[in-house]
Ligand binder design. Structure first.
Ligand code: APR
Ligand code: PHB
Length: 393
């Protein structure tokens, strides 16, 4: 088997890369260890920056997103049960679109398969070889047989626990990590949203986030401990806790409904540098993780893929390798800004167990400053809607 770019992983990174390269006439094969149903059923984040929306449109996969996505011109920050609006439109003239990553993934898979593209689901024991030379190979198991995919480049789009990053010699890689002493318990419910925009709530019992997927589906999160047991969180307990943390009129209006999914997400910041080794390129969660508070994970993955697709297309159409050489540094400039913002939003809004009371007072002062200062709100808004893409090439 042979292709131009061998892609490991069919999350948003791998799928979007495949789609953008297809539009430039570059051939790809995607190898995915899970089934199509599993990949399409995973519940993940849901906020798209305008740049992400633009790129999905450019990739010809924006039709359903334009119809079903909810355009939000701001968010609310809740403190002591009072809502403070951050007006993106007035502050930075932009907006975000609420549209589940699950839906983005479904749209991309459908678009790829419609062109006859090869996505090989349920492969096992993927290994990557020869990327320090000119002839990389990916070996994998399929239906009990061992197969080999020869390619010009390998794209490691296999998420944080994937095989690609782990295959890079340790000495060639620097990793940076921060683990937070809390997690999020998330619940997707069949209930209309309590507000027309997201609510990020600070509370002394811990952070809470009210989000949504559609006019009939809400997505709820509450801060919990990383070792929490899901079976101790029956639906009613989650609703009660959310009501306490949201407070005020929002709590009174909160509607309950059938739970469609519930899970616990640990909170971690992680970056591996550089993002390229010879002919192996890492993109998305394979190279970096952010805590979800700033809604940056998916957007950052999309930004990597935008740079990688343009660089690979330039290589195939005009033999240029300068954009491939610049890939890692170009991506990492954005990655570190998103790391900073995600760390900041997380630190601003969560309770840190066992922390010095002085630090708690400073945290409160910072929230009061943010909700009271146009300058501070503008900085938040500018990052939340997404910093401008760097122009390359
Ligand atoms: N072999 C083949 N496929 C693999 C392997 C492997 N060894 N390891 C992981 N995968 C697959 C996973 O099953 C998954 O489908 O790689 C894919 C990685 O997808 P994601 O984890 O979704 O990562 P990415 O595509 O970079 O998406 C970016 O944005 O909102 C955030 O973290 C969230 O998933 C999200 C990310
Ligand atoms: C979500 O809707 O899943 C969501 C929204 C905003 C975040 C994180 C997750 O910051």
């Amino acid at each position: 088997m042979r292709t131009q770019v061998g892609i490991v992983g069919s999350g948003p990174s791998g799928l979007l890369l495949s789609q953008l390269l297809h539009l430039q006439g570059v051939e790809t094969v995607i190898l995915e260890r899970r089934s199509r149903a599993y990949v399409e059923g995973r519940v993940r984040a849901g906020v798209l920056e305008q740049g992400t929306v633009d790129l999905l449109n450019e990739a010809a996969v924006g039709e359903r997103m334009r119809r079903e996505g909810l355009v939000h011109h701001g968010i609310h920050i809740s403190l002591d049960g009072r809502l403070h609006r951050i007006d993106f439109q007035a502050l930075v003239g932009s907006a975000v679109t609420v549209y589940g990553q699950t839906e983005v993934t479904k749209d991309l898979i459908e678009a790829r398969l419609a062109t006859g593209a090869e996505i090989v689901f349920e492969v096992d024991n993927v290994t990557v070889h020869g990327f320090d030379g000119a002839r990389p190979k990916i070996r994998f198991g399929q239906d009990g047989r061992r197969r080999e995919l020869a390619c010009d480049f390998i794209a490691g789009c296999d998420g944080s626990h994937g095989v690609c990053r782990q295959s890079v010699p340790q000495a060639a890689l620097t990793t940076h990590e921060r683990v937070y002493p809390f997690a999020w318990l998330g619940m997707l419910v069949e209930a209309p949203p309590v507000a027309d925009e997201l609510i990020y709530a600070w509370h002394e019992r811990g952070f809470a986030l009210f989000s949504m997927r559609s006019p009939t589906r809400s997505r709820l999160y509450i801060q919990c401990t990383p070792d929490e047991h899901l079976d101790e969180w029956l639906d009613d307990r989650v609703f009660d806790e959310l009501r306490l943390r949201l407070g005020g009129q929002t709590a009174e209006r909160l509607q309950t409904g059938r739970c469609l999914e519930k899970g616990i997400t640990p909170m971690r910041s992680f970056v591996a540098e550089p993002m390229r080794f010879g002919r192996l390129f890492l993109a998305g969660d394979a190279a970096h993780i952010v805590p979800p508070t700033g809604a940056k994970g998916l957007n950052l993955a999309v930004a990597d893929v935008r740079v990688l697709a343009r660089a690979l297309a330039a290589f195939y159409t005009s033999g240029r390798s300068d954009l491939l050489d610049a890939y890692s540094a170009t991506c990492l400039r954005r990655v570190w800004k998103a790391q900073r913002f995600s760390w900041w939003m997380t630190s601003l809004l969560h309770r840190f167990p066992g922390r010095n009371p002085y630090d708690d007072r400073v945290q409160r002062a910072e929230i009061e400053y943010v909700v009271g200062s146009r300058a501070a709100q503008q900085a938040l808004a500018e990052n939340y809607v997404g910093l401008p893409f760097e122009e390359t090439g």
